[in-house]
Design a protein around this ligand. Structure first.
Ligand code: IMP
Ligand code: MG
Length: 180
């Protein structure tokens, strides 16, 4: 394991290991299985960041489930979003009457997940729940419940396990942090 990454004047160090991620994803899978046993839930992974998390999460499900994807984009620089969000790719599945679980990599300001909730509510799902691997608890402004949270973190920038810095580092097995 490479413990430190130096790039563009930032130093990234390991914050959450591969093993810790695996055990937390297992716990979330058990919890979601209990809540949706025999309800055939559909996971909606938010691209690109959640692709690894959702792939690992559904393999921890011990009941039948389906998967679809939604892609959003936000204008901004590499570490800060501008607050304006657009829909890049909509879901393909019909969500009306389905139990839907949105899967995010990280909730930062909460703007993305709020946009997604407003968008998917219109499709009249039977239920709409949210799972996020990481939650920036102090920063996130979300006025609805996030049912499944892997790790609460501070107001820090992280990469790895799907999360990028200018599209780089998504492949890293561990999650790394930099202070600014
Ligand atoms: P929000 O709309 O501010 O909650 O931001 C959500 C999106 O911004 C996430 O889905 C990520 O794609 C990206 N993002 C926010 N914080 C980080 C971070 O610390 N590292 C990498 N991407 C991040
Ligand atoms: Mg994202």
């Amino acid at each position: 394991m490479n413990n430190t990454i130096k790039t563009d004047g930032h130093v990234f160090t390991v914050m959450i290991t591969d093993e810790q991620i695996r055990s937390e994803v297992r716990r979330l899978g058990r919890e979601i299985t209990n809540d949706f046993k025999d309800k055939n839930p559909i996971f909606v992974g938010i691209l690109n960041g959640s692709f690894l998390f959702v792939a690992d999460l559904i393999r921890e499900m011990d009941t039948e489930c389906e998967i679809d994807f939604l892609k959003i984009g936000s204008y901004g620089d590499h570490m800060h979003s501008s607050g304006s969000i657009r829909l890049d790719k909509d879901v393909s599945a019909k969500l009306k009457g389905r139990h839907v679980i949105v899967v995010e990599d990280i909730i930062d300001s909460g703007l993305s997940v709020t946009f997604i909730k407003n968008h998917l509510d219109k499709m009249e799902p039977a239920s709409l729940s949210f799972a996020t691997l990481l939650l920036k608890k102090e920063k996130a402004k979300v006025d609805f419940p996030i049912q499944y949270v892997g790790f609460e973190i501070g107001n820090e920038f992280v990469i790895g396990y799907g999360l990028d810095f200018a599209q780089r580092f998504r492949h890293l097995k561990d999650i790394y942090v930099t202070k600014s």
